[in-house]
Structures are given as C-alpha cells and as structure tokens.
Design a protein around this ligand. Structure first.
Ligand code: A3P
Length: 345
C-alpha cells in the first residue's frame, strides 16, 4: 500500500517536473522568436549604419512626427531625435484634379517619405514668395535627415514664374506630374468650381457653354479648365529650366484603378527602396476608391471632395474636346516618353 502511494507520488512529481521544464523551454523559445519577430527596418541596407535610427523613424512616424507637426513636441524631443525641417527634395507640381492629393497621401505610406500636409503655394503666390525660403522651410514637417520631404501645389504647373523660382531653390529637384485624360480632367476641374458656386448659392454656366466658344463653335482656349489640360504647353515652359529626366509622369487614371504599380514607378524614380505594398492599399466599395492602410489600426480614405460625381456632358462636346487635345497629347507623349491611350474622336 505504502509502496503504491510512493509510486503515485513519484509519477505526480514527474508530471509536474516535466510541465515546469516544458514551460521554461517554451518561454525561452518564445523570447527568442520574439526577438526575431522585431520589425526589420523597411528601408534596411539603403542608408548604411543609420539603420537603428531608421527603425525608430518607422515607430515614430505616426507618433512623434505627428506631434511635432502639431506643435505638441518639445524642443528636447526634436533635438533628441535629430529631426529637421527640410526643403522638399521632390514636388508634385500638378496637375490640378489629376489625383495630386491621392498621390501625395499614398507616397506618404513610404517610411522614408514625409509630406507637407497643406498646399504651401510658395512659388506661385508672390506674397508668399516674398517671405523668403526660410518661411517656406518652416512650413515643412519635421523629418529625419535621411527622409525626403514632398509637397504638392498643383498651381505650380500652370504658373508662369514657378519653374525659374524652383530652379533657383534646387536645380536638381525631382518633379512629379500626375495627369488624367485631358477632357475628364477639365470636367473634374469644372465640377469642383461648380460645387463651390453651389455652396454659395450661386448659379453657374453649363460646362458646354464654357468649353465651347459660342461665336466660333470651336473649343474655347480661354477657358482655364481647357488650358490646364493642354499639358504639353505647360511642360514646355518647365523644360526651359529642367531636363526631362527630372520629371516623372504619373498616370492619374491608373492611380485610381490600380495604384500600386504607379506608386512603384514613383519609388523607383525617387530612388527609394520599394516599401509600399498591396497591404497598404485596399479597395473601399462604398467610396469607390482605394483607401490607405498604414497599419493594423490606422487606415483612411481621402475626403469626400475627392471623387465627385461629374455632370453629364453633351457627347458632341466631349468628342470635340478629344479631337482638340489630340495633337497636344501626341506631343506630350513624345516629349515625356510616356504614352496614354487617350481617346481622339
Ligand atoms: P474627381 O473628383 O474628378 O473624381 P486632386 O487631388 O488633384 O484634386 O485630384 C482629385 C481626383 O483624384 C479625383 O477626381 C479622383 O478621381 C482622384 N483620385 C485618385 N485616387 C483617388 C483615391 N484613392 N480616392 C479619391 N480620389 C482619388
């Protein structure tokens, strides 16, 4: 009897001991694997021995950098994290309604990119320009020195003085232009203005009336929405200052339907390691557009003012515009080396 009890006790002790050893082994293995599970720096290898800082950058990008921009961070934090306000190394210069906001927000998914949230209008606005380059720099977000700052002001593309002014700041800056099929872009431009008028309870002309000159029945080239869509005319002014290699053309229509490949081309142009992935972009059926996923908790869609419903436009006017833009488009394809199958009849 006593012997039987001793055997049972020994068996119990053996089971308990095994459990204790097993748990210990599990904890050791888990801690080891946790180590391995630490996020690897997404821009690893690109910037030599700064990897440690870059990993921190990722962790802070949505935290500290956000506070800094909002003015909540202390000077000590800025000094400690070596953050600076840098002039942009790349600018989205246009075009209005091409998808400039979507492009900026999507590029900002990249850990090495920091965006200026507001349109600064430094180079196209004489009053702002007169405030000087330090005023402009102070408008930029805080960033780590290895990150690149990007701003977007679509008015730059069509404003006469801007190319020379940007050239004076940085003659080797990278310039991004996002374009859409020119007639669609013009209608989108009109829709934005129309909405503004409606908000103020004002009436406005129909698109057809503005786009077609009633005396000649030809396309009205004085109408700004039409002029902005003659991409080649504006680009030619820029080419007096910058070689074509400094420009990258983004297909705004493709950015709507298939954003990732367009963003990958931009990453390449900016010499950034490819870090934006399909995970970062998800289609939101309610919005009818791709939205942005930064991480498991933080995602966002663009504001409702992006992706408006366009008014119906007389197909004859649409055709007339297609034909009108065609020779300009051909020239644009030729200069930029990027062709689009924009309609021409
Ligand atoms: P529409 O409102 O005509 O549809 P911008 O930012 O230059 O003003 O461009 C606005 C356009 O961005 C919108 O034009 C919309 O089609 C386009 N766009 C591209 N990607 C988008 C996205 N993911 N969400 C919302 N709009 C997007």
């Amino acid at each position: 009897m006593l012997f039987k009890q001793q055997v049972l006790l020994r068996q119990k002790l053996f089971v308990l001991g095994s459990l204790a050893v097993g748990s210990l082994l599990y904890i050791v293995a888990r801690v080891g694997s946790l180590d391995r599970l630490q996020p690897t720096c997404p821009i690893e290898g690109q910037f030599g021995d700064q990897e440690q800082i870059m990993l921190r950058a990722l962790q802070y990008k949505r935290g500290l950098a956000h506070d800094l921009r909002k003015g909540n961070a202390t000077k000590e934090q800025i000094r400690l994290h070596n953050m600076v306000q840098q002039l942009p190394q790349a600018i989205i210069i246009g075009v209005r309604k091409g998808g400039t906001r979507a492009l900026l927000e999507m590029l900002n998914l990249h850990p090495a990119v920091v965006k200026a949230s507001q349109e600064i209008h430094f180079f196209d606005n004489d009053e702002n320009y007169a405030k000087g380059i330090e005023w402009y720099r102070k408008k930029m977000p805080f960033s780590y020195p290895y990150q690149i700052t990007i701003e977007k002001s679509p008015a730059y593309f069509i404003t006469e003085e801007v190319p020379e002014r940007i050239y004076k700041m940085n003659s080797s800056i990278k310039l991004l232009i996002i374009v859409r099929e020119p007639t669609t872009r013009a209608i989108s431009d009109y829709t934005q203005v129309l909405e503004g008028k409606e908000r103020k309870n004002k009436t406005y002309y129909k698109f057809e009336k503005l786009a077609i000159d009633p005396t000649t029945c030809e396309v009205n080239t004085k109408y700004k929405a039409v002029r902005t869509s003659i991409y080649t005319k504006h680009l030619e002014r820029w080419l007096k200052y910058f070689p074509i290699e400094q420009f990258h053309i983004v297909d705004g229509d493709r950015l709507i339907t298939e954003p990732l490949p367009e963003l990958q081309l931009v990453e390449k142009f900016l010499n950034l390691p490819p870090r934006i992935s399909q995970y970062n972009l998800y289609f939101n059926a309610t919005r009818g557009f791709y939205c942005l996923r930064f991480n498991i908790v933080f995602n966002k869609c663009l504001a409702g003012s992006k992706g408006r419903i366009h008014p119906e436009v007389d197909p004859l006017v649409v055709n007339k515009l297609h034909k009108f833009f065609h020779p300009f488009n051909q020239k644009f394809y030729q200069i930029t080396g990027r062709s689009f199958s924009w309609p021409y009849k």
